[in-house]
Write a protein that binds this ligand. Sequence first.
Ligand SMILES: C[S@@+](CC[C@H](N)C(=O)[O-])C[C@H]1O[C@@H](n2cnc3c(N)ncnc32)[C@H](O)[C@@H]1O
Length: 353
Amino acid sequence: MKKELSAIEAKYEAQKIAFGPMYFQSVIALRDLGILQFISENRKGVSIETIIDNVDVSEYGVTLLLEAAEVLGVVEIADNIVKISKVGFFLLKDEMTRVNMNFMNDVCYLGAKNMTDSIVNGKPEGLKVLGDWPTIYEGLSILPEPAKTSWFEFDHYYSDNAFPDALKIVFSKKPKLIFDVGGNTGKWSFACCEHDAQVRIKILDLPVQLNVARANATARGLLDRIDFHAINLLDTTQKIPQGADVIWMSQFLDCFSKEQITQILENAFQAASEHTTLYILEPFFDNQNYPAAHYSLVATSLYFTIMANGNSKMYRIEVMKELVCKAGFEVVATYPLIGDSYHTILECRKKAQ
Ligand SMILES: C[S@@+](CC[C@H](N)C(=O)[O-])C[C@H]1O[C@@H](n2cnc3c(N)ncnc32)[C@H](O)[C@@H]1O
């Protein structure tokens, strides 16, 4: 059972929220100015004077950032000696933390101020700080740096970890033709081609993304096995073609509202035969082993609100299963938390009519 906070503790927690954005930026500065790295290289601890002598930052700057870092538990300071804490170590060395922090700082931070307007208007009102598009998806491959690198590192960090086990699951039925819906840069399609020498792929995505996927496929010499189908799945007149053995949707449906997901799945339904398998790979926030994963996924929903499209989110697993059924499919197997990842695969078939 959760321990009830005292009033003093609750007031402290409330201040963490009140000053959170500024403390966040202080850690970015501590990292980007090389101060955290220097401290971590001195495992047994290092004096504040030595830090000032070795990093290119004023005494004022070092002192101030260390005071903030101590409050946050990023460093420990005793008798003028500074040591990196376990939290500091993760901030510096952990890949999930690195991609999350850069995504927050480079993609979301400035736009986050528009949270209230985004919710009221149902639009990503923060997106204007990056470019003039209705949703981030029209701008993905032309985002300004460093937002572009941080967006792709964030997206790939989460989906790449799922691919090895996902390949085993999808290829257990030896599909000959896979549709990679929302295939983005083509990473999954290339992994499929490497896994199986015969398989053919069709990548379906917005035209601006297909330019990137096509260039990547060309560089890999895969144009004879991968083709491209430009589609805007928010336009219900644009139909997914028929003929796929597998329709693959990886980290795709979370880009849409529940109503839009139902429409897209109905579109997949008209494209599917009774032999087609629809696979949905998603990180469901209520189906995670670690609190850090749950916390990160709920934060990702907030990114969808302010920057992506103003109406999508990460979902609970049962919500997605209901939408799958509503569109005429049934979930015939669930592969929870595959491999070293945060994802579940839902294997779906058309319901018998
Ligand atoms: C979060 S990315 C997922 C990429 C990849 N499948 C993965 O697992 O990493 C979502 C993809 O959906 C595409 N997308 C977003 N809105 C779309 C739309 N209305 N029609 C077609 N594709 C869309 C985006 O361009 C992007 O490539």
